[in-house]
Ligand binder design. Structure first.
Ligand SMILES: [Zn+2]
Length: 63
């Protein structure tokens, strides 16, 4: 699902965005996060733990 064509989710507002088109990104603990706007990136930057949810893990675990 995610990853094939660079489709990612903005962890702050949960908006689906294209990695190619994402102008705002940030790295946290080795993971890249992409944002729809500088505003979302700033929010993430103030409290990464709040937004760096474990979605990436759970997506693969429960099939
Ligand atoms: Zn956003």
């Amino acid at each position: 699902m995610f990853g094939l064509f660079g489709k990612v989710t903005d962890p702050v507002c949960k908006m689906g965005i294209n990695k190619k088109e994402a102008k705002f990104s940030s790295e946290s603990k080795g993971n890249m996060y992409y944002f729809c706007s500088q505003n979302c990136k700033d929010k993430f930057g103030t409290d990464p733990k709040k937004y760096a949810v474990e979605e990436t893990k759970s997506e693969e675990c429960c099939h």
